[in-house]
Design a protein around this ligand. Sequence first.
Ligand code: NAI
Ligand code: 13P
Length: 433
Amino acid sequence: MTATSSLGGHAKKHKVTVVGSGNWGSTISKIVAENTREHPDLFEETVQMWVYEEEVTIPAKSAHHDASDPDKKHKLTELINTLHENVKYLPGIDLPPNVVANPSLQDAVRDSSILVFNLPHQFIANVCKQLKGHILPFARGISCIKGVNVTDDGVSLFSEWIGDGLGIYCGALSGANIASEIAAEKWSETTIAYDPPPMDNSRNPTPRSRSPVNPGFDLSITAADGAAVHRDARGRASKTRLTPVPPEYPPLDHDTFSQLFHRPYFHVSMVSDVAGVSLGGALKNIVALAAGFVDGRGWGDNAKAAIMRVGLMEMVKFGKEFFGETVETGTFTEESAGVADLITSCSGGRNFRCAKMAVERGVSVEEVERTELNGQMLQGTSTAREVNSFLKARGKEREYPLFTAVIGILDGKYEVDDIPSLVAKSAHVSVKH
Ligand SMILES: NC(=O)C1=CN([C@@H]2O[C@H](COP(=O)(O)OP(=O)(O)OC[C@H]3O[C@@H](n4cnc5c(N)ncnc54)[C@H](O)[C@@H]3O)[C@@H](O)[C@H]2O)C=CC1
Ligand SMILES: O=C(CO)COP(=O)(O)O
């Protein structure tokens, strides 16, 4: 990746806001802020980071810890803006000074054309409600959220849900990305799916350019006049009419997003399968809990590998069954957002570690989350519950025996020892290619 871009010469630059500032939100802000500095032709240097304001103490592992007054409370935003460290959610890591912590959501997103959503999925509905009417109509989003949105009507991706709710297009970023490793600049890969719909331009066809990184990708969204018909990840038309990005701005395409997120220690693969990328990130958290359960039981690597194998089958099956042909099996088996995320999450992720500790200590996963994570939040427990209620309503629990075993264990209906016989049925899980 070069420091200068071939997309220069535009009168305006993209302003970037990261909505969220936890362990991953702060890490992504660091990455993005390093890149806005390196690509001044594309981006404004300052990166706004919306922070859910809290009063915090400075922990001993921070270089700024004051042993003479360890209980002194500070506003988290003020600490971030003066110390350039998120002492609560990413202690010990220097944030670039061009990351500006902002406790006001509406002020943080003002005039931003790129919105990066990065917060636990439990909070996204409330946050989007507050954002409505306060963002640029031509803004584009990237969701880094690992979870799915389940309602009585069905299951949807947060990227779709954010996009439809705010009237913008939203892609997804996911991968084998344990935040603390990336914050320490240890090499990893990620997958970004970005696939805005073609413009509704039948009376005035716009020539479609092809992205060099993904030859099938349609870039016409920034070039055509008028609004676009929005199609979600399953190809359904929705009421949302997209506003084109004005021509004064650099186009928002694979190249630009790659320049925003790619670092020497964080390698980006751009794809178009938003559903596959989002589902991989959400569903692997359920599997990681199961891996933690068997590890906590002391069963070793073979058992964990079996969990990953069955888990991957159920992830692909779920994608194919409920999101149809738009989901590519290769996203699960070849991309960082699929199998690689599954492996890292089942090795060292928080869901894995908390589930393991819960079995070792004979307490609930929620209790470990409360006592060990210092405000960080597991996504696997709520995703397991949401996915189960969706499957149960459709009489499909038995077709997803590992997902069903996990919720059964969380609810005390099953023991970890039940897993082998429960997933033995998965010999019958078939995936339609
Ligand atoms: N931490 C990691 O290694 C990775 C996390 N992710 C995903 O990133 C997303 C964000 O997770 P993290 O940054 O890790 O968060 P976190 O679990 O570290 O932190 C919790 C966050 O929630 C915020 N919060 C608490 N109460 C809130 C409220 N009422 N309203 C709004 N925000 C509130 C806190 O301020 C904090 O920023 C999740 O979907 C997660 O699955 C993805 C890849 C890696
Ligand atoms: O998504 C992650 C790694 O890719 C992090 O998973 P946890 O939320 O389980 O830590």
